[in-house]
Design a protein around this ligand. Structure first.
Ligand code: NDP
Length: 331
């Protein structure tokens, strides 16, 4: 069983070529209640950068020498559980490896609907699609007519959030991303304003889009600070992610915090996994939006377990559009 394990904790800054290493281990004997799963796809997520820091978070840090934690999909090969049989498609934290052995109860059985795709359980109907849904509706309290601004708009969460907001006939949508191709795509999807945060006059461009009712924050940092400068009264700030900080060696100062108070805004963080009770609604909503032709979805897929580290680095460099996934099993 080939695995990619945490070799050393990176200091502040990006992961390097020595952060992880590969190893091959024997597959252990299955205990009662356990399953052996052949991993098909593994999801790459910015939050994995935080999982390898030895800091307090919503999950404990990955141990040195342990396979890197990762959400993924796989097929049951052998089952010692009454709940699963060989061939079942399962999803869960099955890590960067070819085979997963563990308790069946830690996995969820999945069935691909007619005309559907397995990979959608990691993207459109998976954690990232649901993050956009819960972020905009439950946290952001989106309503028609809002000016919705989304950072990281061409990524997995952002692309979904942008299109949900665009499906409201009277919402104005401003999408922020990091290169001209992404902006062109977001424009094609219908975004009313598209902004490149790497442009020299980004601040001026951002100011020109006006006051913000919902700021869907995927990146934190200086973009968040400017968004705070522009929040409308009773704005909702969806604290979804802060990718600009994950590799940073020092925090970015926030100068416009007082606007949260003076504009009587709501600034709320959330972790999608805590909202499982809403997943069914979210999947129904997203599937319906897709059926109506209002939700286009993209995947950035690489092949082979040996691509995981490079692909994670590429994601931080903004090379992906949509959801980043590594296909682990060969057909
Ligand atoms: P993405 O698919 O959006 O990939 C990350 C993107 O972030 C890159 O493509 C890049 O795009 C952008 N980026 C990288 N560095 C920076 C930077 N310094 N400043 C601004 N943008 C940057 O990832 P996801 O959609 O999976 O995740 C988006 C955010 O949502 C992350 O912060 C993640 O942690 C968070 N998240 C939160 C969840 C929750 O439960 N709260 C659940 C899932 C995700 P570009 O070219 O535009 O720079």
């Amino acid at each position: 069983n080939t695995q990619v394990v945490l070799n050393e904790r990176p200091k502040a800054g990006p992961i390097t070529d020595t952060t992880f290493r590969s190893q091959t281990v024997d597959i252990p004997e299955l205990k009662d209640g356990e399953v052996l799963v052949k991993v098909t796809y593994t999801s790459l997520d910015p939050t994995q950068r935080g999982w390898i820091n030895d800091t307090r978070s919503y999950l404990p840090p990955v141990e040195i020498g342990a396979p890197m934690r990762s959400n993924g999909l796989g097929r049951v090969v052998v089952s010692k559980s009454d709940d699963f049989k060989a061939g079942d498609l399962v999803q869960g934290l099955i890590n960067w490896q070819e085979y997963y052995v563990g308790p069946a109860q830690s996995l969820t059985k999945k069935q691909v609907p007619e005309g559907g795709k397995e990979i959608d359980f990691l993207g459109l109907f998976g954690m990232t699609g649901l993050t956009a849904y819960i972020g905009l509706f439950d946290i952001g309290q989106i309503k028609d007519g809002d000016h919705v601004v989304i950072s990281g708009a061409a990524g997995a969460v952002g692309l979904t959030a942008t299109q949900i907001a665009l499906s409201f006939p009277k919402c104005k949508v401003t999408a922020i991303a990091g290169n001209p191709e992404k902006l062109e795509y977001l424009k094609k999807l219908g975004a009313h304003n598209v902004l490149n945060y790497k442009d020299e006059d980004f601040k001026k461009q951002f100011k020109n889009v006006g006051l913000i009712d919902v700021y869907f924050d995927n990146v934190g940092g200086a973009i968040l600070d400017q968004a705070l400068a522009q929040i409308a009264p009773y704005a909702r700030i969806v604290a979804c992610g802060a990718i600009s900080a994950y590799n940073a060696d020092k925090p970015t100062p926030i100068y416009n915090y007082f606007n949260v108070i003076s504009m009587k805004a709501t600034w709320k963080g959330f972790i999608v996994m805590d909202h499982a009770a809403r997943f069914k609604d979210g999947i129904t909503y997203l599937a319906d939006l897709q059926k109506q032709g209002k939700l286009e979805y993209k995947y950035h897929v690489t092949e082979g377990l040996d691509t995981v580290v490079g692909t994670l680095q590429d994601m931080f460099a903004g090379k992906n559009v949509g959801k980043t996934v590594v296909k682990v099993a060969k057909d």
